[in-house]
Design a protein around this ligand. Sequence first.
Ligand SMILES: Cc1ncc(COP(=O)(O)O)c(C=O)c1O
Length: 483
Amino acid sequence: MSTTPSHEDFRNAARAVADLAADHLAGVADGPVWQPMAEADRRALLELPLPEDGTPLDGLLKVIERQVLSAPMGNGHPAFFGWVNSAPAPAGVLATLAAAASNPSSAGGDHADVHLERAVVRWIAELVGFPAAVPSAAKGTPGGILTSGTSMATILCLAAARHRAAERAGHDLRADGLAGLPPLIAYATAETHSCVRKAVELLGLGSRHLRTVAEDSDGRLDPAALAEAVAADRAAGLLPFLVVASAGTVGTGAVDAFDPIADVAEAEGLWLHVDGAYGAWGVLDPVIADRYAGMHRADSLALDPHKWLGVPVDCGCALVRDADTLRDSFSLVPSYLRDAAAGDFGWFSEYGMEQTRPFRSLKVWATIAHKGRAGLVADIARTTELARHLGALVEADPELELTAPVHTSIVAFRHTGGDAVNHDLPAAVQARGRAFVTGAVHRGREVLRACLLNPATTEADLELLLAEVRSAARELTGRPSAS
Ligand SMILES: Cc1ncc(COP(=O)(O)O)c(C=O)c1O
């Protein structure tokens, strides 16, 4: 007997799934933002036995409803301010099902998903003002590729930077590896996301060769300190090759001053990589767009449609000024693929690590096409406005202090109760279930950081967050409530 459901059974189950998803999205704001799973529910999942016999589709949906959708992360809720996790864009949710039904490998070839990926990569570039990603036969044209996230995009971009540095040194990196090259030195601030160090380590560069460059008082990379560090490393016979700037740090949302950094990079022959995972999209907001001046001068930009745009996870993007640097780093066409009609651009699988690649572009297309550029601008501008409002509420609150200026849509703040209280506050707020915030260490101090990505968040949600922080702090310190 076939294990493939009948078309009719599939249609009925698909309709039921649509209802499940719609009910979930409609009800998400009504429940607690998050709550710890009951031990029995956790164990029920952890200890799921491998089934010998199959379950009909409607039986699967019952499990999804009762055991999975009932215990969400919370990031669909308007009072969720944790990490950098957005609510899913409904158009992207629909596209995810359609993409799975089509189920191509977007490695390359002549089918819609491949051409759509080239189009949405160009859209992404156009949205953030990066050189339009339309690779052609001409050498040195810009290009890009969708990835699982910025961590993977960073590996691709840093591999391209490493390849170019080796090539300039007359070294065949792909054949000889790093042996025989002087140490390649990279530069970033202490606030740079950990994915950069991971990539540096993975690419064999060694975290010892990732220099920590000083920041200015606003948390932005200091270009003069960068130039000094490069000069010192050159004098020591090392090979400076890369500077990483941030378009929105994960801790405070700080945006580096790209123009002076790009000036140093140009003068010193460094590859300028920008980590825009979270914050590059902020350039769409006319109120803060001028902070991003010079971002387009980067050699590479990594950014995440699955963050501020709300494209359902996973979807990152690597944009490069010269697409050949990626292709030269990764292209390896085995004999079983050699006859495929590649065209000028070749296959996406020549530009990164993945061979079989998911159909990510449909959910990106759906999310952007549904809102339009104007809709995206309105949503991003709304969240930065909310962040500035939250910053003002914090400043007006005698129990709280703002620990960094609000550059984008992250608000870093502290309770006056001291480091131990601030360390424990995120978990205490989360456990109360009404708002969700996470913590970080910023300049050696424990802080809370609220990341605003959801345009459905209201001013009342912000007041609720601060009320929850105050109440949780009172619980932690054993002080009686003021109200
Ligand atoms: C600034 C920044 N860079 C990089 C990353 C890593 O991106 P991803 O989780 O998509 O791999 C994050 C994730 O939060 C981030 O905020």
